[in-house]
Design a protein around this ligand. Structure first.
Ligand code: FAD
Length: 339
């Protein structure tokens, strides 16, 4: 919804997770337009807004996340649901000027799509570089320059954006939808707290996806991830656990972002790092930046360099030791790590 759909290269029917018929084939009752208002932990029956009650043996909360809203931005657009994307696309189709608040992934992707469609775009970011928290100053700075080269007016260190010239789109992150879980008394700590099998603090109650902060056995810490590859793969593991299998989700999170002719791939969980190492020349794709913490590889971000990121991902998954020299040397095949 922030890339191909706005560009007009992906049609709306390709945005659905699955075609409707597949739910029938899989014998899944999909209740649309029905909001759960109470998980009903005591009586093992969840209440819907319509007054209907659904008995359950095991329950999984997958309420996802919602955009973080800014006060005083009453008329602004946010991008979370299809109707938001449709509204935004209509504005872009009319080449309306756009003021984007927040240079995170959503802000940057929308800026790129809108510029490519010929809109005037200004981006206002509170921090010193776009995507600073995830990618750091060097790569964030590079991406800021890319946007400038494409004609985006990138404004950094902005405490409060000035009056908008165009339509305002706010992309300042999201927060897990934990209200139901909190009301039900489940343990919540910036996400529903679950173990490596998706089990919450209540027996028979599981949670998966964006809404969870889950224990990751490989990274040995609890993480919350907002990417669909992770929410799907972790979802598979939690579904299996609900059916009695104990196969923890332990893949290193991975996602990509498309901006102009650049494809960024990232592997890692946004954990803190104290050193970066670049393979190739930063600013001249293809190149990859590695992030290390106390000498251990914790993330990699590649620009038009998916082979390197895929190999780094396998090395991280197998907990292979890699030296700074090996990471920096494009001739060193990361598949040979630790051999
Ligand atoms: C514009 C945009 C672009 C993105 N781009 C990328 C990308 O390029 N790559 C990537 O990896 N990730 C991307 N993401 C993130 C990705 O979409 C999420 O990580 C993923 O959708 C999370 O899946 P989920 O099932 O946990 O939650 P969601 O997809 O948020 O699904 C939660 C569902 O639960 C429903 N719900 C909530 N509360 C209730 C209730 N009380 N009763 C009934 N239903 C309820 C919601 O309506 C929603 O349908 C993007 C997100 C957005 C918004």
């Amino acid at each position: 919804m922030s890339k191909g759909y706005l560009l007009g290269t992906v049609s709306v029917d390709r945005l659905a997770l699955r075609p409707k018929d597949q739910y029938i084939e899989l014998d899944i009752d999909l209740l649309r337009g029905e909001r759960v208002v109470d998980l009903g932990l005591q009586e093992r029956g969840a209440w819907l807004e319509s007054g209907r009650k659904i008995q359950w043996d095991r329950l999984c909360v997958t309420a996802g996340s919602d955009v973080r809203r800014l006060e005083d931005f009453g008329d602004a657009l946010y991008l979370r649901e299809l109707r938001d994307a449709e509204r935004l696309k209509a504005l872009i189709d009319r080449r309306e000027p756009l003021d984007i608040v927040g240079a995170g992934f959503i802000g940057c992707e929308v800026a790129a799509a809108a510029r490519q469609r010929g809109c005037a775009v200004r981006v206002h970011e509170a921090l010193t570089q776009p995507l600073l928290r995830v990618l750091g100053a060097e790569l964030g700075g590079y991406l800021g320059e890319v946007h400038r080269r494409h004609g985006v007016d990138v404004r950094l260190n902005v405490e409060s954006p000035p009056a908008a010239q165009g339509i305002r789109l706010v992309g300042v992150g999201s927060a897990p939808r934990t209200e139901l879980a909190e009301r039900a008394g489940l343990e919540v700590d910036r996400g529903i707290v679950v173990d490596e099998l998706g089990r919450t603090s209540a027996p028979g109650v599981f949670a998966a996806g964006d809404v969870t902060r889950f224990f990751h056995p490989l990274l040995e810490t609890r993480i919350r991830v907002e990417h669909f590859q992770t929410s799907q793969r972790q979802g598979f593991a939690v579904g299996r656990a609900m059916a009695g299998a104990a196969e923890p989700y332990h893949e290193v999170p991975w996602f990509w972002s498309d901006q102009y002719d650049l494809n960024l791939q990232y592997v890692g969980a946004g954990l803190p790092w104290d050193q970066t190492v670049t393979r190739g020349e930063l600013g001249r794709p293809p190149f990859t930046q590695f992030y290390l913490d106390a000498g251990r590889l914790v993330a990699a971000a590649g620009i038009n360099d998916h082979h390197t990121v895929a190999r780094a991902r396998r090395a991280m998954q197998a907990r292979k030791e890699l030296t700074v020299d090996q990471l920096a040397d494009p001739r060193f095949d990361l598949r040979m790590a630790g051999r």
